[in-house]
Design a protein around this ligand. Structure first.
Ligand SMILES: CC(C)(COP(=O)(O)OP(=O)(O)OC[C@H]1O[C@@H](n2cnc3c(N)ncnc32)[C@H](O)[C@@H]1OP(=O)(O)O)[C@@H](O)C(=O)NCCC(=O)NCCS
Length: 146
């Protein structure tokens, strides 16, 4: 199967939402489309789609960040999603490779992402494409007390 990756356009938002609904099995929130378009506008080079067999089968949103959390300038994978009918065919790997080209072109040396540790499939996927457990951790608490 031939996979091509290109920049995301506004008209791809519908396909991105369709794939996300197939993955989650729940309808998207109304605000999602405007968030996608906002992300594309702010950061056009970090928003990519994969096409195969004449249709959009996957997407990725990445961004370059630094300073926050005292993390040096780094590339962040915010969301990657592949149509379940196309899982296991290398679509996400190609999306990540193309996003890395964008990061490298902007002198980014580290790429980071955040996953749920209790989602072993996702952790295994990121390990398979070269990610390791980071020294950064997330802390959380309820907002009712200071
Ligand atoms: C995780 C996801 C993006 C992987 O997409 P994909 O196109 O099927 O992945 P690929 O075919 O490119 O797989 C790349 C590597 O990861 C491995 N991999 C993929 N999914 C895996 C899983 N669930 N468990 C273990 N390994 C997995 C593949 O075996 C492959 O390894 P290999 O090249 O050494 O054989 C896809 O399953 C998905 O969309 N999941 C739901 C969305 C989601 O949770 N996104 C994350 C939010 S950021």
């Amino acid at each position: 199967m031939s996979i091509t990756v290109r920049r995301m356009h506004t008209q791809d938002a519908e396909d991105v939402l369709r794939i996300d609904e197939k993955i989650t099995g729940t309808p998207n929130e109304a605000q999602w489309e405007s968030r996608i378009i906002d992300q594309m506008t702010r950061n056009p080079l970090g928003c990519l789609v994969a096409e195969a067999e004449g249709k959009v089968v996957g997407f990725i949103f990445g961004e370059i960040r630094g300073w926050e959390f005292a993390i040096p300038k780094s590339g962040w994978i915010e969301i990657v999603g592949v149509d379940p009918e196309y899982h296991g065919k290398g679509v996400a790997r190609v999306l990540i490779e193309k996003l890395h080209v964008y990061f490298r072109n902007h002198n980014v040396e580290r790429v980071m992402t955040m996953v749920n540790w209790n989602d072993p499939g996702l952790v295994s996927f990121f390990r398979a494409v070269g990610f390791e457990r980071s020294e950064f951790i997330i802390l959380e608490k309820g907002s009712e007390s200071a």
